[in-house]
Design a protein around this ligand. Structure first.
Ligand SMILES: [Ca+2]
Ligand SMILES: [Ca+2]
Length: 437
């Protein structure tokens, strides 16, 4: 992309000068050709919703092939290309562009991404003439290397435990001896048997993203829409001690007007909030300095916390009693030198957004099983420590736009861990440590 921008600038510059300079004309042509090559390069390298294939000459019935440890008798690749789906009935015709209709072997390979989220039990269904042998991430899913006519079904796999949103390597071998030839791959991913869609395939592994998933966004929207009986806080003053315990389900703490958060204005206050049982919602605006805020919420919690002020100490613990549920927290701080300790734990999805001013210290721990999503935006002089653990998918986005920040990110316990770190640092005092286990 940098190369593209430089090319365009150079071209514009040349337009404004006298056109009869031969050197400039040649340079202009070079720039245009370079631009075209870059565009072609970018198009060629875009991952396609396809599988790659290679065709080989076969030897007849039960030919040797590398998929199960054997070797090809004829190792020369006859043709190669991509297919958008495994949905072929060649009858007696040529197999792809191999130039052969009998005694052919084809290897289809690439990546398969499972739709939706969470662990799924998926069976694969095969219609094939003749044999097929297929692995997903090294596990044999189809072992049907046989002489046969196409039928519904030539083979039905056992349940394969695969995770929605995850990408796996797929390696399928197929052979044709004589007569008819076909290969169709189905699955029961969504509750009924259907062709594996082309959208599931890719020739290269897709670039991971750390964005919030649609199911996580639904949790956020439902939590934010909550209304009902509750405690409405509107407090002003300094050096106050506020202790609130709400027991029972669907506890709500919010301001006098349900459209605003509970409001606390003042300095040097100590605020302890405990919401027990399930379905808790806390909306809190804190405007002041040197406040101590301790929040414990039990299960299915939502916390929307806005702080304007400096040197506040905030401890938020969602799920201190280790029961199951989902947690959503959005902590927004406009101020400096604040200390944040945010813990989300217990089985269930966890979602956390944090935005802060300068010189803040942010510690985040998302643990136990569930899908973990984290989005932190910071300006100057921060110390950030994040741990995401447990077997669910982990996604972390940390955006640092200032200097002298230190980030320590650990993701562990899941096979699907993605993060995006953006750090704009003009000094040498920014440091980042990322550990994925
Ligand atoms: Ca044939
Ligand atoms: Ca056949």
């Amino acid at each position: 992309m940098v190369a593209l921008i430089i090319s365009i600038c150079t071209k514009d510059k040349l337009k404004n000068k006298k056109p009869n300079n031969m050197f400039q004309k040649i340079l202009t042509r070079i720039v245009i050709i370079a631009f075209a090559w870059i565009v072609l390069f970018l198009i060629a390298n875009k991952a396609k919703a396809d599988l790659t294939y290679k065709t080989y000459a076969g030897t007849g019935a039960y030919p040797g092939f590398p998929g199960n440890g054997g070797t090809l008798y004829y190792g020369t690749v006859l043709s190669t290309g991509t297919v958008s789906q495994l949905n072929y009935n060649w009858s007696g015709g040529y197999i792809l562009d191999s130039g052969r209709s009998d005694r052919v072997i084809v290897n289809f390979y690439g990546y398969i991404t499972i739709p939706d989220t969470g662990s799924q039990a998926i069976q694969f269904y095969l219609y094939a003439d003749d044999g097929v042998y297929m692995k997903i991430d090294g596990t044999v899913v189809i072992n049907d290397w046989n002489e046969q006519g196409g039928a519904t079904w030539n083979y039905v796999s056992t349940d394969q435990t695969l995770t929605g949103g995850q990408t796996y390597y797929i390696d399928a071998w197929w052979y044709e001896n004589g007569g008819g030839a076909s290969f169709k791959l189905y699955w029961d991913q969504s509750g009924s048997v259907a062709l594996v869609p082309s959208s599931a395939y890719s020739t290269t592994a897709p670039t991971p993203t750390s964005g919030i998933t649609s199911s996580q966004q639904t949790i956020v929207n439902n939590a934010k829409a909550k209304t009902g009986e509750g405690i409405y806080i509107d407090q002003a003053g300094d050096n106050l001690d506020l202790d609130i315990i709400q027991d029972g389900d669907n506890n709500l703490i919010i301001g006098t007007d349900l459209s605003t958060n509970a409001q606390i204005i003042g300095d040097d206050n100590t605020i302890n909030i405990l919401q027990e049982n399930g379905g808790n919602v806390l909306g809190l605006d804190l405007n002041g300095n040197n406040n101590l805020l301790n929040i414990d919420q039990n299960q299915n919690q939502t916390a929307l916390i806005n702080i304007v002020g400096d040197s506040n100490d905030v401890a938020l613990n969602q799920m201190p009693y280790l029961s199951a549920g989902e947690h959503f927290a959005d902590v927004n701080i406009q101020g400096d030198s604040n200390t944040l300790n945010l813990t989300q734990q217990g089985v269930g999805d966890k979602i956390l957004f944090v935005e802060t001013g300068s010189n803040n210290s942010v510690t985040v721990n998302q643990k136990d099983n569930g899908e973990h999503f984290l989005d932190i935006k910071l300006t100057n002089n921060h110390t950030v420590g994040v741990v995401q653990e447990g077997s669910g998918n982990h996604s972390g986005t940390i955006d640092l736009s200032g200097n002298t920040s230190s980030v320590d990110l650990h993701q562990q316990g899941s096979s699907n861990q993605n993060y995006i770190l953006e750090q704009q640092c003009a000094s040498t005092s920014c440091s980042t440590t990322v550990v994925q286990q």
